[in-house]
Write a protein that binds this ligand. Structure first.
Ligand SMILES: Nc1ncnc2c1ncn2[C@@H]1O[C@H](COP(=O)(O)OP(=O)(O)OP(=O)(O)O)[C@@H](O)[C@H]1O
Ligand SMILES: [Mg+2]
Length: 365
């Protein structure tokens, strides 16, 4: 088996940001709440939070944006600052290694600023503890000196709104999570929403994209605007080089076949994960780390990049004993599912229970 996933050979459907997304993403970002397509619940809640704060003339509660990569968390943070008419200060969890880095950032804030911390779950412990006080009391304690002579100097900071983004809200500590007044969970987009996003992007990029072609690309975009926009650029290349530049459904299909994006938007790594789960482990249950070794990837990549979509597509079920392939996964690989294969999306009972959670009789499923 050759699960070749080394870097430099980027999948067209990775939801992660890749360098070539750079400038184009900026031009395609929605600029205000009205421009933002999809996530109707989050939009409505956020509109209330922002309008309430504006009416009172204060700063809104701290806001946590959680959800898989490429769904618009960074875009949303920028929109929040734009809607409040304030400026956005941008940093990320990994950049805040020392508490001093954060103290410098915080003490430079102007009243009403939005401080955006991307990947906030990766913030170092000392910085996180400093953030508690800053979020609650708009104050930091700066420790000066070392050893017995060290003193802590309280420093007031301007009232600000923290917007945190995370792809792993579960990895956030309780105290940090509790300090956010509002958590917006961004979910995968519906194909119809992605189609609208694609038509909007095509307009900005000057691509002649038909409605049907938009639907075709949307259905292969794994519910993710970043992927949709990237596939649009690949399809545009194909249309310009091999045709007259007009993107029809047939052109879109032919282009996506070249880039190895199947009709469900699965790429090679997804297919490798499904293939290993089904062929090497008989459909599971198998632990995510074993599965990751089998495909030569980091467990976190399998867990954060592949799994959310495969679970959502009803092909993998997460069970207490590990990952299990559903009947849909077997079918996707062109194999006949065994009679006891789980149906898509349904929690399955482990085959050999190690930890019996039931007292007495185990209910039959
Ligand atoms: N609702 C939307 N409407 C239109 N375009 C969108 C929308 N959401 C996201 N996009 C597009 O997807 C791209 C990626 O979005 P963004 O960078 O905000 O995602 P993210 O959630 O911050 O991802 P990451 O977790 O990797 O940081 C944006 O450049 C934008 O072009
Ligand atoms: Mg982002």
């Amino acid at each position: 088996m050759n699960f070749d996933t080394e870097s430099g050979d980027e999948s067209a459907v990775t939801a992660d940001f890749v360098a070539s997304d750079g400038e184009i993403e900026a031009s395609l970002r929605p600029k205000d709440l009205d421009d933002f397509i999809g996530q109707p619940r989050v939009l409505e809640q956020l509109q209330l939070v922002l309008a309430g704060a504006k009416m009172r003339g204060g700063t809104p509660d701290h806001i946590l944006l959680s959800g898989p990569p490429g769904l618009g968390k960074t875009s949303m943070a920028m929109i929040i600052a734009a809607e409040l008419g304030t400026s956005l200060r941008l940093t990320s969890g990994p950049a805040l290694e020392r508490a001093g880095d954060l103290a410098a950032m915080l003490s430079n804030l102007v009243e009403g600023d939005v401080l955006f911390i991307d990947e906030i779950h990766r913030i170092a412990r000392p910085a996180e503890e400093m953030l508690y006080l800053a979020m609650e009391d708009f104050r930091v304690d700066v420790v000066v000196g070392k050893g017995p002579g060290a003193t802590s100097i309280p420093l007031d900071i301007a009232p600000f709104t923290l917007v945190g983004a995370t792809t792993r809200s579960g990895a956030l500590t309780g105290p940090l999570r509790d300090r956010f007044g509002f958590t917006a969970h961004m979910d995968f987009y519906e194909p119809g929403e992605l189609q609208r996003i694609l038509l909007r992007s095509a307009g900005i990029l000057g691509v002649d994209l038909g409605e049907e072609a938009g639907a075709e690309i949307a259905s292969r975009s794994r519910g993710t605007p970043r992927i949709a926009n990237r596939l649009l650029r690949r399809v545009r290349d194909y249309a310009e080089v091999r045709a007259d530049g007009v993107v029809t459904r047939d052109i879109a299909k032919a282009a996506l076949a070249v880039y190895d994006v199947d009709p469900l938007g699965l790429d090679r790594l997804d297919r490798a994960v499904l293939g290993a789960l089904v062929r090497s482990f008989g459909g599971g249950p198998v632990g995510v780390s074993t599965l990751a070794v089998a495909v030569g990837e980091e467990p976190s990549t399998v867990e954060e990049v592949c799994e959310p979509f495969l679970v959502r597509a009803g092909m993998i079920a997460r069970t207490p004993r590990g990952r299990v392939a559903t009947a849909a996964a077997w079918a996707q690989l062109g194999l006949t599912p065994p009679p006891d294969a789980a149906m898509g999306g349904i929690e399955v009972r482990p085959r050999e229970p190690q930890l019996d959670l039931f007292d007495g009789e185990r209910p039959e499923s």
